[in-house]
Design a protein. Structure first.
Length: 176
C-alpha cells in the first residue's frame, strides 16, 4: 500500500504525518526517534478526511480537547496485540487515564501490563492513539517517549483537564 506524507505545524512543533488510503499510519513528532527514519514521498494534496483529522489534532494541541476515535487509522503493519491495544485506547476520552494493567484487562489480556507497555513505547500514532493517558498502577505518570518526555505527558494531561494530584491519581475513574 502506497504511503504518503505531509508536514503539519502544531503548538508542539512540526509533525510529519504518514498515511495510506486506509488511514493515518504514523505521526512523527519532534524529538522522537522515528524522526530519523525515511519519510515517504510528500503529497501535493492531502485527502479531505486527512485535512479534517489534522484540524482536529491541531485544535487538541492548541488546548481544546478532542475525541479522535473517528480518525481512520492504518495499523496493518503493527502486531495484532498492539492493534488491539491501540484500537481500545483511542476510545479513552480526554482527561481520563488508565493504567497499563487496566488497559490489558480492557482488551481481555489480564496480566499483560508489560506487553501493553511495549505497545505504548512503540505507538506509531501518538496524540491520536493517546498513549500519554496510560499511567502506572500507583498513579504516577510513568514515561513518555515523545517530545520532552514526562513533562510533555504531564502538559498534555493537564491541557485535557486531568486532575494530576496524588489523591486524584490514586482514586481516578477509568473508562471500563
Amino acid at each position: 500500500m502506497k504511503k504518503q506524507s505531509t508536514k503539519f505545524k502544531t503548538a508542539f512543533g512540526v509533525f510529519t504525518v504518514i498515511w495510506t488510503d486506509d488511514g493515518i499510519a504514523e505521526i512523527r513528532i519532534p524529538g522522537s526517534s522515528s524522526q530519523e527514519h525515511e519519510v515517504p514521498q510528500a503529497a501535493k494534496d492531502v485527502p479531505p478526511w486527512l485535512e479534517k483529522a489534522l484540524a482536529k489534532i491541531g485544535k487538541h494541541l492548541d488546548g481544546t480537547p478532542q475525541t479522535m476515535d473517528d480518525i481512520p487509522l492504518d495499523l496493518s503493519q503493527r502486531p495484532a496485540f498492539h492493534q488491539k491495544v491501540y484500537r481500545r485506547l483511542v476510545k479513552l476520552p480526554p482527561g481520563q487515564t488508565v493504567s497499563y494493567g487496566e488497559l490489558a484487562d480492557l482488551i481481555g489480556a489480564h496480566g499483560a501490563a508489560r506487553a501493553v507497555g511495549t505497545a505504548m513505547s512503540t505507538n506509531p500514532i501518538p496524540i491520536v492513539v493517546p498513549c500519554h493517558r496510560v499511567v502506572k498502577s500507583d498513579g504516577l505518570l510513568g514515561n513518555y517517549s515523545a517530545l520532552e518526555g514526562p513533562l510533555s505527558k504531564r502538559h498534555l494531561l493537564e491541557m485535557e483537564g486531568c486532575d494530576l494530584s496524588k489523591k486524584s491519581m490514586k482514586s481516578r475513574k477509568h473508562l471500563v
